[in-house]
Design a protein around this ligand. Sequence first.
Ligand code: FE
Length: 199
Amino acid sequence: MTLALPPLPYPHDALAPWISAQTLAIHHGKHHQAYVTNTNSMIAGTAFAAKPLADIVLATAGQAEHAGLFDNAAQAWNHTFYWSSMKPKGGGRPTGAIAQKIAADFGSHEKFVELFTQAGTTQFGSGWAWLSLHRGKLEIGKTGNAGTPLTTGATPLLTLDVWEHAYYLDFQNRRPDYVRAFLDHLVNWDFANHNLAKA
Ligand code: FE
């Protein structure tokens, strides 16, 4: 069984002007594709070959002999989750169950924005910012490199890729502006509600 690169859930130019068509074409078509290709070449002929991607991530986490496979498989999983964490004309205030949960667990949407911005801007070097559900409560966190809350037993609800390849063409060094664009214009709250409902 070979893993496939899932198609982007929207056209390359759908998130402009916040994330350009050029960024999405390279990020999805080159970076994400490379993680999928590398994972396929590493699992070929092994016991991992028949497993779903998330199972490969969980089975290789924290195991030195599988570090390369974990990095590529987790990056493949994280990127698919990231594409769905955004939508055209997204962002702003949430609706539905996630809105109530944010108010209950963080106090306000403003506090969520403050904490998520802090996570995204203070992740040193490459990594990810996350909104997850952990033991029934919302949690905001950050992971380095290919790290993912999947391996802590949390249920990811949203993620933001803060590797430079995600924003450098559009924002150069201004990562805080990219985080703000994500929160104000791109967050897919429908996806967060969908993930919360099945958690
Ligand atoms: Fe990326």
